[in-house]
Design a protein around this ligand. Structure first.
Ligand code: SP5
Ligand code: ZN
Length: 369
């Protein structure tokens, strides 16, 4: 199975984030996450790690606002000349605004000043921008795009001589690929960054795939995929489904409720499955089955999985109790849809178990018959 991965993520390593209550903590979405995943994948006999090619800005601008992407591109140089000076609590090491956009401005407009635009385009204090963030986010999107193109391009293995039953069966499996994305993407909306996410990698891949046929995006990250919801909310050709912690108690707080089901032509083509804290394997899998049924009804040509491993019991941000076996079963059931699949890395912060969890999920696609 091809794993698309770029070392460029290392340029994105914010020194801290700010939790509720104003507490500065080490950035949980750290480069070590990739090292743990790579180490686990390199131990398998099926993972082939590949550097992505550059798809340029067009597939990104197809779903993100130009002004927002311009902001990401020039943020660091602008910050260096506008960052607040002095005081022990003030430093230039990371971009964080202290003022955020009003929901109902008298005359809504993009602010002129850099700090105004930062507050406008940033939703929270965990999408921290540093010098290399934009380059890392572009490389991350390229991983998703390359994975998407690989499942379309990939011809089923030509079996010239069917040596065995096993080989001919293998030739029928639909293609799948893993985009080992960092930074993650599913909280990034059309014109904002949020929750460690800057460019919505899964959405970029799903939109790219949507020119070839209907698509479904299934988000199994612990947090609601608000960015993906935002981007496809009025579209019927891309079904989006998110299973996550109830926003009544969990980040992102403002989206991900069960009664949000799409708008206009997209009405009925978004679904949220909010779940309580403490959700275990049984409850999770029961909900997953409902989501998979909706996907089958949609009859997509391909699916994109936003794979967050923060559903894992013991994740420092998550409050679910999904086990290693649960993750294996999630992989099995999604793979059983038998559809061309792009799996995109989202969250997951229990670094010591992260590699094994990702490997277990992917293995079901790598070995499917
Ligand atoms: C991609 C992804 O998983 N993003 C998640 C971003 C969550 N950021 C919100 C952090 C809220 C902090 N709550 C503190 C709980 C610590 N026990
Ligand atoms: Zn998450």
């Amino acid at each position: 199975m091809k794993i698309f991965y770029s070392e460029a993520h290392r340029r994105h390593h914010p020194p801290f984030e700010v939790f509720d209550g104003g507490q500065r903590v080490p950035y949980l979405e750290n480069p070590e996450r990739m090292d743990k995943i790579l180490a686990a994948l390199r131990k398998t006999d099926w993972a082939e790690i590949v550097e992505p090619s550059d798809f340029g800005l067009d597939p990104i601008l197809a779903i993100h606002d130009q002004g927002y992407i311009n902001f990401l591109a020039s943020a660091w140089t602008e910050w260096l000349v506008t960052a607040p000076e002095g005081g022990s609590a003030s430093d230039k090491s990371a971009i964080l605004p202290a003022t955020f956009a009003l929901r109902h401005a008298t005359r809504p407009r993009v602010p002129k000043s850099f700090l105004g635009r930062a507050g406008y385009y940033m939703m929270d204090l965990s999408a921290v921008i540093v010098e290399g963030t934009y380059q890392a986010a572009l490389a991350s999107a390229n991983c998703a795009l390359r994975a998407a193109s690989s499942i379309v391009r990939a011809r089923r293995p030509q079996v010239t001589i069917a040596h065995s039953e096993d080989m001919s069966r293998r030739s029928n499996r639909p293609p799948s690929a893993f985009a080992l994305c960092r930074p993650p993407g599913h909280h990034a909306g059309k014109d904002y960054c949020a929750g460690y996410c800057f460019i919505n990698n899964a959405a970029v891949a799903a939109h790219w795939l949507s020119s070839k046929g209907k698509v479904a995006v299934l988000d199994v990250d612990y947090h609601a995929g608000n960015g993906t919801q935002d981007i496809f909310y009025d579209r019927a050709d891309v079904l989006t489904i998110s299973i996550h912690a109830d926003p009544d108690f969990e980040y992102p707080h403002f989206m991900g409720f069960a009664d949000e089901t799409g708008a206009g032509a997209g009405l009925g083509f978004h679904r949220n499955f909010p779940l309580p804290a403490g959700t275990d394997d049984a409850t999770y899998l029961e909900t997953l089955d409902k989501a998979l049924e909706l996907i089958m009804v949609h009859r997509p040509s391909s699916i994109v999985i936003s794979a967050g491993m923060d559903i894992y019991d013991g994740d420092p941000l998550g409050k679910f109790k999904v086990t290693h076996d649960g993750i294996q079963e999630i992989g099995k059931r999604i793979a059983a849809l038998n559809l061309p699949t792009v799996i995109v890395m989202e969250g997951g912060y229990a670094n010591e178990e992260l590699g094994e969890n990702v490997g277990t999920l992917l293995r079901e696609f790598a070995i499917r018959a």
